[in-house]
Design a protein around this ligand. Structure first.
Ligand code: URA
Length: 273
């Protein structure tokens, strides 16, 4: 193991490391061995139910056209003209322009700017977070704050790098006030944008970071604890889930589980899903 890789795993809270003597040098096997040797995790049901800034949604997901009604919203909020079908036809420049000008839900009112997404538009890996935080709202790029640093380390531990074979987007493109969890109707209002990003990128694997992202991609409420290590699908693309980096910063004991999830993702990718 290179010193850099050891440092990355240390950053994820995954030392000390033990390797199986039979490890054959293949990257995937190596990763699995490291996962198996991750430190024991104290199981804490209370912590598991709090997997990543999440509260239970108050209403079922609903289409963008319904959001104005649901949110009892001020006049400045209006569904995108043409709604989801129109968004589904946009190319990258038009999609980003539409996201930046979006007023489909009340999150538009307090944002500095919308944050469409970043990375390789032909990536095989696509990570989906929850929504921009303060730093992202200011800079217009996803995951550039503290959680972003951990995400970069998670990518590096997988041999990936932001911008190279990775695209990063969020379930909602505008910052929820005070970093609160986005509501189900807000996730639904933004879903046509995420769907279009997925269609344009055509990733081989989607990784949902935390519960709102999983909710957006799976179309239903799930707990990360229950969904980890499983393969789902969204629009014909394989999906797996793990904890949100912000949750891992607050709950470092669960970094071992996140590493297992990344190893599972790597296996899915290696096996062609
Ligand atoms: N958390 C997210 O879910 N997304 C970001 O872009 C930043 C923090």
């Amino acid at each position: 193991m290179t010193p850099r890789r050891a440092a990355l795993l240390r950053e994820m809270g995954l030392t000390p490391l033990w390797r199986l003597r039979a490890a054959d040098g293949d990257g995937a096997v190596d990763a699995a061995n490291i996962a198996a040797s991750a430190p024991a995790v104290v199981d804490n049901p209370k912590r598991e139910s709090a997997d990543g800034r999440i509260a239970a949604p108050r209403e079922p997901l609903m289409p963008v056209a319904a959001t104005a009604r649901v949110n009892d919203s001020p006049a400045t909020v209006s569904p995108v003209a043409g709604g989801a079908p129109q968004i589904a036809a946009l190319d990258w420049p038009a999609l980003e322009e539409t996201i930046l000008a979006c007023r489909a839900c009340p999150l538009c009112e307090r944002r500095t700017q919308a944050v469409p997404g970043v990375g390789d538009r032909g990536a095989r890996w696509m990570f989906v977070g929850e929504g921009p935080g303060a730093e992202e709202d200011r800079r217009g790029e996803p995951f550039v704050g503290q959680a972003g640093k951990l995400l970069d380390n998670m990518l590096a531990a997988l041999g990936l790098k932001r911008g190279e074979d990775v695209y990063i987007a969020n379930a909602v493109k505008c910052r929820p006030p005070h970093n609160r969890t986005p509501e189900a109707a807000e996730i639904a209002a933004c879903l046509p944008y995420l769907d279009r990003q997925i269609k344009l990128v055509r990733p081989r694997l989607l990784i949902a970071l935390g519960r709102p992202a999983a909710q957006a991609l799976l179309g239903r409420e799930i707990s990360i604890a229950a969904a980890r290590g499983k393969r789902f699908e969204h629009a014909g693309v394989a999906v797996t889930v793990t904890y949100h980096p912000a949750y891992l910063l607050r709950n470092p004991l669960d970094k071992g589980k996140a590493w297992e999830d990344l190893c599972f993702a790597r296996r899915l990718m290696a096996e062609g899903n």
